[in-house]
Design a protein around this ligand. Structure first.
Ligand SMILES: NC(=O)c1ccc[n+]([C@@H]2O[C@H](COP(=O)([O-])OP(=O)(O)OC[C@H]3O[C@@H](n4cnc5c(N)ncnc54)[C@H](OP(=O)(O)O)[C@@H]3O)[C@@H](O)[C@H]2O)c1
Length: 297
């Protein structure tokens, strides 16, 4: 990594969460001064940040003065927006993102990095992606120097909502994606590392945006990667979209299939973070092991 050009305080919204937390980790690894915008400075996660030398600024997303105050005298600012699982939450997400941009304008922040989502350069019909497109547009029109980092599916989903199972001595992965569709994915660690490089000024994103893709693999190849690690045979089963709980999720998986037609620029992210993990690397790095067998299998 080259020498950082940002030497002052870097503000992070979402620092107690997955992506913001990874941004803080990467910034602290480079000795940066970090201020976390948190809604509850007494929460366990906020106090754990403070114990690592992170300055805490208490904010309320619906209180513009608290946001602008927390962004005073920072050299760069990173934000993501909270998960939305309904159309009401989508509107709340847009309100938070818009308020953060307005606060950055008010405070005169020199560089803002927005952790958006893959494909948010346009409308996609996925409500919780179009919300990020609306925030990107607001940020673009704000006059601030802005960089968009557009995350694809988190590899960490393979330890939760997309976890493979062990059935009859076989690794089984089931996703609502046709078996010839390649899923674009990135590790949360690398989201943090790429964002940190952009915030620190050790790298730039050509055109002011980078799509965060560490790997793109079809369901059978994802299953095979987990099977190889477990030393077991593996299979993939494509599920119908109807297994998904919400219209938002169904729209998103439909869009994953459409997006698979567009080739990814896997080199773009590696030109910023050369050690970006592919799925096999993430499986090794996290020490993933096969789950307990499904009862009765
Ligand atoms: N899952 C995926 O594969 C994937 C892929 C690409 C993009 N995304 C997008 O990533 C985003 C979620 O990121 P994440 O997983 O890093 O989130 P996360 O772990 O759930 O963290 C959310 C963060 O936002 C803070 N927050 C939430 N509501 C707030 C509010 N009203 N005021 C102030 N702070 C608030 C939380 O603070 P507290 O500690 O106070 O709760 C926490 O720090 C979503 O927008 C999702 O669409 C997800």
């Amino acid at each position: 990594m080259s020498t950082p050009t940002t030497t002052g305080t870097i503000a992070v919204f979402g620092a107690t969460g997955q992506q913001g937390g990874a941004v803080v980790d990467a910034l602290l690894d480079h000795g940066a001064r970090v201020r976390a915008l948190v809604r509850d400075p007494r929460s366990g996660r906020a106090r754990a940040l403070a114990a690592r030398g992170v300055e805490l600024a208490a904010v309320r997303a619906d209180d513009p003065a608290s946001l602008a105050g927390a962004l005073t005298a920072v050299e760069a600012f990173h934000f993501m927006t909270p998960e939305a699982n309904s159309l009401e939450e989508v509107e709340a997400e847009v309100r938070i993102g818009t308020a953060l941009v307005d606060a950055a304008v008010e405070a005169g922040v020199p560089h803002v990095v927005f952790n958006s989502v893959f494909g948010a350069d346009r409308e996609s019909g996925v409500p919780h992606h179009d919300s990020k497109h609306r925030i990107e547009e607001h940020l673009r029109k704000s006059g601030l120097r802005a960089t968009m980092v557009r995350a694809t599916a988190f590899m960490e989903n393979f330890t939760s909502v997309m976890a493979p199972s062990l059935e009859d001595g076989e690794i089984v992965l089931r996703l609502p994606l046709p078996e010839d569709v390649a899923l674009k994915m990135i590790s949360i660690r690398d989201i943090g590392r790429v964002a940190a490089a952009l915030l620190l000024g050790t790298a730039e994103a050509p055109g002011g945006a980078v799509e965060l893709v560490g790997d793109e693999l079809t369901g059978p190849r994802i299953a095979a990667a987990f099977g190889a690690r477990a030393g077991l045979p593996a299979r993939y089963e494509a599920l119908p979209l109807s297994v998904l709980p919400t219209d938002l999720d169904r729209a998103m998986f439909r869009q994953f299939a459409e997006a698979a037609e567009e080739p990814s620029d896997l080199a773009a992210v590696r030109s910023i973070e050369p050690a970006t993990l592919d799925l096999a690397g993430w499986i090794r790095a996290t020490g993933w092991t096969a789950p307990a067998p499904v009862a009765g299998s």
